[in-house]
Design a protein around this ligand. Sequence first.
Ligand SMILES: [Fe+2]
Length: 163
Amino acid sequence: MTLGTLMKTGGFTTYGSMDKLHQFSSTFTELQRRIDRHVKAFARKLDFDLANRRLEMTDCWVNIMPRQTAHGLHLHPTSTLSGTYYVKTPKGCAAIKFEDPRLDRFMAAPPRKAGASRENQAFVHYPAEAGNVILFESWLRHEVPANPVEAERVSISFNYNWF
Ligand SMILES: [Fe+2]
């Protein structure tokens, strides 16, 4: 499975080697069960018409990002919903950054003020907080900028699909 322009510098990921952890470990199966609830609620919020199909976890992998590790802009083109569960998030570690998907159509649009509302910003950052899960539609481009702190930032990422 391809993740678009997946670029990692340093760090460690089980993506591409052990990326179906929910099928191999009861701990990850339990995590899947807990995330399923949130995915279901998110799909309801998005008014998805799943035509009696279910959104199912297709991939689940671990990311360990020490200082200066970055994960460049990418999307998850063959999935429906994606997300990350944060395991270890040392103070000051990198947030996840989402890009406004309309960015390539702004053309003559002026830049926004420094204090612009979130809705008007081209990029939105969500802090990584251990114990939290972030869900997003898989077509939404995102990245993790270089981790500025020494301690490792640890997360578990996943994809869901409905076909
Ligand atoms: Fe991603």
